[in-house]
Write a protein that binds this ligand. Sequence first.
Ligand code: NAD
Length: 256
Amino acid sequence: MNVLSGKVAIVTGASSGIGRATAILFARQGARVVVAARRQHELDILVSEIAATGGEAVALAGDVRDEDHARALVEQAVNRFGGLDVAFNNAGAAGTMAPVTDLSLADWQDVIATNLTSAFLGARHQIPAMAARGGGSLIFTSSFVGYTAGLPAMAAYAAAKAGLVGLTQVLAAELGPKGIRANAVLPGGTDTPANPVNAPGATPEVRTFVEGLHALKRIATPEEIAQTVLHLASDASSFMTGTALLVDGGASINRT
Ligand code: NAD
């Protein structure tokens, strides 16, 4: 059974990693998907890939720090596909990694804008479209970093990701009466270009260290995180709202 049949979804950060895997899974589960990221070429490839398997998607390149882009994504969903049911506000980046004393205000603000203000802007424009449908599901990509782990040199990222949990809780309370749910997914280390294991020049020791942080002694595939996002998007999670859902391979509880 296709659990997102008849649904329309927006996925940001869809050119790569978790967003890309989720867009593919959403389409495979019957959703029509507006895919967004900054790189048009990567999005065009994704749209063709989805079409080749019988799915339907449309691409819109832009920057999640830009409110006009947030508005345009919802317009695409409504104009092309007739409405909006699911929004996976997932785009994010760790930005400059440095101790707080060495972190510039500009670097701090950029990370907050990319990871947190982007979610506020997305939700602002997505909510009226979902309300017009009588409900919907807002999903945000937070992280175990800033929730159960304080990793050095990640202050802005941790603050932004923790902020997403607060935003999620307030949205859930505000929107519950409208039938709109809001949840955050908190991945552990995931094998995408954003993870330190894939940074240019990363040694095998870096991978061993990062994998060792997790009870499962490995990091996730993007597809594993996408499965949880699908759960939050679908009616299978119809009584879940305001949740910070860890999908972290035990990184939060691991002490070995
Ligand atoms: P990724 O680098 O593969 O994908 C990030 C996506 O976000 C890309 O599509 C990129 O283009 C997009 N993006 C970044 N800045 C943007 C901007 N300003 N405007 C528009 N798009 C922008 O990384 P990923 O691991 O798939 O990251 C997805 C989310 O998961 C992020 O929010 C990240 O913080 C979070 N996360 C990742 C991990 C991990 O270990 N990979 C762990 C926890 C949380």
